[in-house]
Each structure stands twice: as structure tokens, then as C-alpha cells.
Write a protein that binds this ligand. Sequence first.
Ligand code: FAD
Ligand code: SF4
Ligand code: SF4
Length: 461
Amino acid sequence: MPNMSMTKNPMPAQEPDVRNKNFNEVALGYTEEQAIDEANRCLNCKHRPCVGGCPVQIEIPAFIAKVAEGDFEGAYEVITRSSSLPAICGRVCPQESQCEQRCVRGIKGEPVAIGRLERFVADWHMANSKEAPAKPEPNGHKVAVIGSGPSGLACAGDLAKKGYDVTVYEALHIAGGVLAYGIPEFRLPKAIVQKEIDGLKALGVKIETNVVIGKTISIDELFDEFGFESVFIGSGAGLPRFMNIPGENLNGVYSANEFLTRINLMKAYREDSKTPIKHPKKTVVVGGGNVAMDAARCAKRLGSDVTIVYRRTKAELPARAEEVEHAEEEGIKFAFLNNPVEVLGEEGWVSAVKCQVMELSEPDESGRRKPVPVEGEFQTIECDCMIMSIGTSPNPLIKSTTEGLETQKWGGIVAEEATGLTSREGVYAGGDAVTGAATVILAMGAGKTAAAGIDDYIQNK
Ligand code: FAD
Ligand code: SF4
Ligand code: SF4
């Protein structure tokens, strides 16, 4: 008999007033009993609508049925047929707009908590499985992967399982891409990312950090001098955009990427960290996406009063509803319908931001209401730290040092959707470097697609 409760089993979590002062994970995960109870809400629908909402088509009803039986390792096997990073995706996937959006239990109540169950299964496996993955027989072919974010890790993992000799080159000193330097510890503990990376190393994947492809080594050298037969570019979209307004170069103004990297990768909040970071009193974060929420919640944890400045209203915030709710619960304020026009300073440091007050226009033909300035109305918000979070684009370094690599006007690498092949023979690409800033699961899916493309290319060369 299914569990017909209209609501999901709630996720145990740290209290808002406790968690906004520490960097420990906010959500604590289901117990075995909670997971089985939640799995019993699944109706095992014949047409499996939820599977169509998952970018990598995890066999959702099949894994949930295993959870309901208490066969957690069996559930893990089902998930990992399609996904390489379940502990990560179970935590950070925007489930509400993917698998859970299509769940029939969502029609009259809350959908089955697919993401929470995926996280439970992956965590259970990490805690209980003693079996080390078998190292595959080498097939004698070498592939290079540029970037160790989810696209690069997924591509490397799939190729290593087929016996390829894979080397991942990473510009930073720690592997993981945005998983390591961007998404904060309180949403995705770094020990989990490290375990996924250790799993790849156990398969034989080599990871070379502090190597910038296009500077330290070029793609041509990877082929001609290092003997790689194919290269995957998973270099992400980490180049921050700025507003180009007066005062933006004052001390205390950060890009969200720099601020988050200092905190997540360099642990700048610890007393023993070698990386300095200002412990601000008043922070203004500009932007309304998930990255803005992460930056704001990190600044709060440094002890700052935080205001998010966004030029539209709450209804248009692009961040996940859950992230906005968490930010509000933690005491972060919002200044909607405000657009920064000047950063004001004192003795070289930011002291306030001057904002143009905005309003929404009447809906245009597409129904969209644009933010337009309210003539002559400005407000000034005091701050000693300002974090710009208005988007990123791919770094042009690889394009500018690689002959014959076609890119879009905005910098994205052109690659075939079905294989990841670029305009250059043997060179494949995927993830944010191709699509612009997107999601972990889409990047992971692109890495897997490219791994299949590379395998096909090398085997049929
Ligand atoms: P990345 O993760 O960006 O990895 C690229 C790697 O390549 C980096 O490590 C970089 O250092 C390296 N690199 C770049 N150039 C070179 C070079 N020339 N040589 C060698 N190495 C190089 N998505 C979600 O699904 N859920 C979330 O909750 C979420 N939150 C996010 C929060 C933040 C703060 C940010 C910034 C992004 C978030 N995203 C989220 C988006 C998601 O993280 C990205 O879409 C995803 O990481 C892209 O993966 P990738 O492999 O393409 O690139
Ligand atoms: Fe849902 Fe993401 Fe898991 Fe797919 S990977 S089932 S979309 S949580
Ligand atoms: Fe289960 Fe919902 Fe998928 Fe149906 S749609 S199989 S109830 S998860």
C-alpha cells in the first residue's frame, strides 16, 4: 500500500539562526526510516513521467522501488547506470524544475522527494560500501581532459571505465571546478566532492593541478608532444562580468567568483587561512541568481549584514525558490527594483552604492515586464563590501591559443549536441564552456556524451 501523504518527508536541517553562523551543511539528510517512508510515496507509474524530466534519464521508479525494499546498494546500482555524481546531484540539482516537476504526486500535493532520495542512496553507499572499484584493463589509448568540473570528471570517469589512459589538467590547485570553488560548503561539503575525485583516481585517472591549458601547455602540444589522441574541453564559464559603472574598481568590490573562491577553496573564513578576506560589516550583493544567493549566505556567515540588490521584483528572481527561502530565513535582506549606477568610496575603499530606483513596464508582446528607471529617484545603500554577481562567460584563453576552434560570439565553444565534437578533429567539448552557465547535471551529461563520442572516434580512427 503506497504512502498517500500529500507532503514530502521534511528534510532535517540546521536551525536558521544556528546555521547562519557556521559553514556546516544546512540539510542533514534522511534516516533509513525516512527514506523508506518517502520511497513508499512513489506510485511506480507505468509511463514514468519523472524520468523524462531528468537530463540523464535516471530510472527513477526503479531506484525508488529498491529504496522502499531497503535494498540501498541495489538503488545505487540503478542510479549509477545513468549518473556519475549522485551524491552531488542529489544535493544541488534544481529538482523542482526537472524530475520532480513531472512527478504525478505533485498534481495534488508535493512530488516524491526524488533528489533527497538520490542523496540518501549515494550517502548510504559512501558510508557502507567497502568494495573498491575494479581497475579496468588498459586499452592503450590516451585522452586529455581540460578542467575538473562535473563535465570533465564525468568524461574522465566514463573513459577510464573503458580502459583509456586519462589525464585531467586543472588550472586551479584543487580539482572539482565550481563544485570545489563555487558552491559553498554548507550546500555541498567538499569531502563529498573529494570522495568522487578519489573514486576516479582509483579507476586510474591522473589529475594534474596548476596546469593552465593555453599557457602552460597548448592543445597542439597535448596532441603532438604528449601523444594524446583526443582532447575534451570542459573549462567552464568562469570569467565574471561587471557592470562597468564608476567606482567598480574600489577596494572591497569583488566578483562573486573571487569572493566564493577565497571562501570555499582557500577557506578564508578560518583564522589559519593564508588568504585574506575582508570580514565586512555591511555587504551589498548585486544580482538575483543562485550565485548571488550563495555569495550573500557566505557573507552572512562572515558576520555581515547583507542586502541583495536586484533590479526586478521577487517574482522575477532567477534563483531557486528554496535558495531564496533559505537566504530569507537566515536574515538576508532584499532591495528589489534597484539598479546600481555608481559605487561610492572613501580612501580607496567602497563605502556605499548609489542605486537608480526602477519600476516594471507594462507587459510587452511576449508578456515580459522590463525594469525601467523611475526618473530622478535614487537611493544610497551603505556598505563596506560589494559583490557583483551578474553572470559569467567562458574564458577566451583556450579559443585564442587553439587553431580552428570555432566559438559563438559570446565565447561559447561550438560543439555537436550528439557527440560533443568541435570544429577541430579529435577535440570535443561540453558543459558551461559550450552552453554558458548552466547546471551540474547538464555539464555531467555533456561529459558523458563526449566520452561516448571520443570512444567512437578513437575506435574507428
Ligand atoms: P566548471 O565546474 O566551471 O569547471 C571548469 C574547470 O575548468 C574549472 O575548475 C576551471 O578552473 C578549469 N579550467 C578553466 N580553464 C582552464 C584551462 N585553460 N586549463 C585548465 N583548466 C581550466 N548548478 C546546479 O546544478 N546547482 C546548483 O546549485 C548550482 N550552484 C552554483 C553556484 C555557484 C556559485 C556557481 C558559480 C555555479 C552553480 N551551478 C549550480 C552551476 C554549475 O556549478 C555549473 O553549471 C557546472 O559546474 C559546470 O560544469 P563544467 O564542468 O562545465 O565547468
Ligand atoms: Fe532528478 Fe537531478 Fe537526480 Fe535527475 S539527477 S533524478 S534531475 S535530482
Ligand atoms: Fe514515482 Fe512520481 Fe515517478 Fe510516478 S512520477 S514513478 S510517483 S516518482
